[in-house]
Ligand binder design. Structure first.
Ligand SMILES: CC(C)(COP(=O)(O)OP(=O)(O)OC[C@H]1O[C@@H](n2cnc3c(N)ncnc32)[C@H](O)[C@@H]1OP(=O)(O)O)[C@@H](O)C(=O)NCCC(=O)NCCS
Length: 180
């Protein structure tokens, strides 16, 4: 498979490789970045190795696909990750995204999600995209609302991670609601 690189005005979405491990560790060890993520902050590079394996397996099995995010003006540093944790043609896509804290608040994820979501609807052929957002994650809710996602409600105790049952808001976007 030729990996589909995606591009926007400021950004490139690229295939993640082991050479990006340090940059990913910088993101995934950060407590603020991980506050609403479904895992604890990473302790060492082995955690990144496991993450890369999981992401690679999903690509091989065609159940998920993920991109590393770089700024065109700074191509050596991976600054984020966008992932379809799961997708199915004519069915559901479940997404996640994370950005190095140094780059928060400049519209980067909103810009990246635009092509990422286009890819989901047009190339993966999903019909509905879901994002699961913990209460308090205002930045993430804002991003989704800017793109047109609808907040469907609170899924009570829908997941178990960080040693407890977790509730999250269900956000969704349907193919025919996406503008492009
Ligand atoms: C969520 C996240 C990806 C957003 O990335 P980003 O590039 O900073 O997002 P954007 O700049 O595109 O948009 C963020 C919006 O939220 C707003 N915002 C951020 N924090 C806010 C707060 N505490 N209160 C109100 N608004 C807030 C910003 O002002 C911006 O809105 P605007 O464009 O109307 O000004 C980033 O915060 C992150 O990586 N968080 C940790 C990982 C995570 O929680 N991922 C999502 C899991 S569901």
């Amino acid at each position: 498979m030729i990996f589909p690189e995606l591009t926007t005005e400021r950004l490139q979405l690229i295939q993640l490789q082991t050479q990006h491990s340090e940059a990913l560790f910088d993101i995934f060890k950060n407590e603020a970045c991980m506050k609403y993520w479904d895992d604890e902050p990473y302790q060492d590079l082995k955690n990144v190795g496991r993450l890369l394996e999981i992401l690679k397996d999903r690509i091989t099995q065609q159940t998920g696909i993920s991109w590393g995010l770089i700024l065109k003006e700074k191509p050596d540093e991976v600054i984020g990750l966008l992932t379809y944790n799961h997708y199915q043609k004519n069915g559901l896509g479940i997404i996640g995204y994370i950005l190095n804290q140094k780059y928060w608040g400049h519209g980067i994820i909103t810009e990246a999600l635009d092509v990422f979501i286009q890819y989901g609807f047009h190339t993966l052929g999903v019909h509905r995209i879901e994002a699961h957002v913990e209460s308090g994650n205002i930045a993430s809710e804002k991003v989704l609302q800017k793109i047109g996602f609808q907040k469907e409600g609170l899924m009570r105790d829908r997941a178990f991670y960080k040693n407890k049952h977790q509730s999250y808001f269900m956000y969704s976007l349907l193919h025919n609601e996406f503008k492009k």
